[in-house]
Design a protein around this ligand. Sequence first.
Ligand code: ASC
Length: 567
Amino acid sequence: RDSRAEAAVLEYDWVVGYLAAAPDCVEKMVIAINGQFPSPTIHAVEGDTLVVKLKNNLPTEGVSIHWHGIRQRGTPFYDGSAFVSQCPINPGETFTYKFVVDRAGTYFYHGHLAMQRVAGLFGSLIVSLPSGKTEPFSYDGDLSVLLSDWYHKSIYQQELGLSSIPFQFVGEPQSLLIQGRGKYNCSLDLPPGGSAATSSPDCLQCNATNPACAPFVLPVQPGKTYRLRIGSMATLSSLNFKIENHNLTVVAADGRYVEPFVVDNLDVYSGQSYSVLLTANQDPTRNYWVGVNVRGRKPATPTGLAILQYLPNSEHLLPPTPAPTGPVWNDFAVSLAQAQKYSAKKGLESAPPTTSHKLIIFLMTQNIINGYTRWAVNNISQVPSATPLLAAFKFKLWNAFDQTPPPRRPPQYTNNKHFDIFATPNPNTTHASLGNGVYVSKLGEVVDIVIQNTNTLVPNNSEIHPWHFHGHDFWVLGYGEGVFDPRNSTKTYNLVNPPLRNTVAVFPYGWVAIRFIADNPGVWPFHCHVEPHLFVGMGTVFAEGIHKLPHIPSQTLGCGLTKPTRW
Ligand SMILES: O=C1O[C@H]([C@@H](O)CO)C(O)=C1O
């Protein structure tokens, strides 16, 4: 652990490039930083300034890096979402991110252009308290695991399928990874009655003698307590994390303190981070499985495994027990009950304003638009603008994006609520259109957003969507089942100690309500963190304080209407 008392400037020289790697024993192409997958972990201290000089060595594509969970106060142009805060960094170009990490916690960074995150372009950003400040819990050591799901199909083939008629969805991942390591299940590849000799080349690489197949190891001293940081950069999967025989005490979520509570398995949605306390208080003569399973979608991916190693046992001492399983994948009541256990830590986190200035209701629908399968929010399916929206606001380039404000209510609602979210097929799936309008708030405005789930185009199917906000933490006021009713549902809100987060899951056929203060001048994406959903339009953009936008560095410009006009 870094234990400096004073903030420092930390400088990094990074090169983004393609790498042949075998995260689950099978060699594929990943997008890596400095030849590493996952990308290097950053360890910083609260108040530090990070200066990341990023060279794009990808020969055929631009890139940008989003600093997930970092609020970027005063530096909205370094938020890293392509076509919102900056132009993509072209092949061969170098771009320097410079920003302050103003709050201790567990964060991430990842590619934010098309589906580059899915190709492995992500890493952990861990911010510790300076040595003079203490956490509201104690521990002997700090451990961290970054969870993800992994596909054998390239992101380019995935993007092709998503943007084709007929639509070809990415489907379930081949493997689940813990800190970038997993093991592909060859037997899934075998034809009925087939043998290893007839299986695919992928499968042949995946055998016990291949060192790339060794699981990630978490070493612990018997009797000690560890702070374990758990985060998910999954493409699609909602994950459940479990350590055999061990309870976990949850103490923080998304870099904010929560009232501690004990679980024996933890739901982790893409874009979320947690700190849990883990005490090595079990039989020390053996090691234990750490297991990750898929929730919310019918699993077709084997459990991802790592090893909790009780020192001085060998890390090769395999646990004698079967791989851990989580709750049944479609027991959404269990997921909801766990989500409702979170509350803000008393005395350390603020309560929300008791009222809001406006309410926005988002209805998420899956649609057919000109033959293409696309997600929409209030009938608008998001497409990027060629001009970064931040620059469009700053330089008043009003031709750069749709000037019609996007709807604050689902056009499908009558009397605010009489929309049948359970209807199959969804009756309004042909009314959506492409767009890139922006929800503009006044500086300091208190805004409520309710995200309402529906049935997808598949009969009797509604899915989990983790929504992530850039530039803000928000209060999670409450969850509900069925259709949100502005007159009654608000009565169930927790306005006393709701948790602060930057990513929240919306459960099938339900809604979630959040409140935020629009106090960070900038232009900020708010979107589903399931990458193939964002890719086909499941996102929105918010802006505030547009009269107070800071000067924009020229390195963020150069595309769309921000092209230089003189030679
Ligand atoms: O966006 C998605 O599309 C498919 C399905 O709804 C249509 O093929 C699926 O499972 C998603 O999550």
